[in-house]
Design a protein around this ligand. Sequence first.
Ligand code: FMN
Length: 344
Amino acid sequence: MKNSRENKIKVPVLWLAPFKGITEKPYRNAFSRHFGGFDAMYAPFVSGVGIRRIHPSKLADILPKNENLTPAVPQIISTDAREIILFGNTLQQQGYEHINWNLGCPFSRIANKKKGCGLLPYPDILDKILEEVFSEIKVKLSVKTRLGYAHADEIHKVTEVLNQYPVEHVILHPRIGTQVYRGEVNLDGFADSLSAIRHPLIYNGDIYNLSRYRVLEERFPEITTWILGRGALMNPFLPLQIKGVMPADAEKRERLRAFHYELLSEAQKSISHPAKLTGYMKAIWYYMSGVFAGGKEFFIRMKTTKTPEALNNAIDKALEQPFAGDEELENYFKNDIRHVGKES
Ligand SMILES: Cc1cc2nc3c(=O)[nH]c(=O)nc-3n(C[C@H](O)[C@H](O)[C@H](O)COP(=O)(O)O)c2cc1C
């Protein structure tokens, strides 16, 4: 007979991935209130903070710290060590202990400036930046990265550099930058990094349903922390489900409804133009439509609405639909999520 220790379910640590334009504070807080399941939420990147004094508008998404219902991790995208130091030390004074450096953004307008994963082909520059940053930064620094920009073997030299510094952890999305979101994640590449990187390694990429999580958990039993992105935007019950909690369908409908109306009313405070407001909510529902069995059809109908009232009517109707099972979630993720392969 198994002893009680062996019978215990291993509860993973789950973090929300950052999505610029989607997972800003109103989204993160509404998610925490109505769905839950995340242990931390990475805030979308901040850029252009400068080297003297950071304009308060740049920090509005993460300050004050105690307004974040789930602990937030601020993220910066930069190749200027002085900016990273100023960002970290300013946030340290505001109570933060940890910031994240974005070395993964694949979009060419960023990568062409050697920012995001555009820095990965230049390990010497990476080394110089880290040397300067770690000489003065007063908070923990983690990095979020890919296997490379143009080639998956870029990670080898990057790993040699990262291994020389007290990096808090490395979040790895095992694709290369030029893939953007096309093709499959490179699990062999992730496995190689697991043995090469001496810092705690966090997995990120294409966890689109519970079955997919189980496959990855089985393949990488050493991984204790996972960062969920589009899979959770599509099915906000995924983190709870992974932790073994599944609300009944009626409760799920109520939570989705409450989330929608809270986010809409928060967004109304800063977006007054009806078409812009519905545009923002459609960006959310573009992903979240996948939670319904007829997700694609629902999104096509919802896309044509031009006012919040029409959008609300469409959503009230959608809330009568059955929920998607794992197979439908996988199909929606693979076929209908526009960002697959798209440069925006
Ligand atoms: C619209 C959009 C915005 C994103 N914004 C950020 C960001 O601000 N910082 C970051 O590190 N990654 C960003 N990402 C990447 C995601 O955090 C995540 O790493 C990626 O989607 C892969 O994980 P997933 O397959 O679980 O979605 C963004 C992705 C998309 C599609």
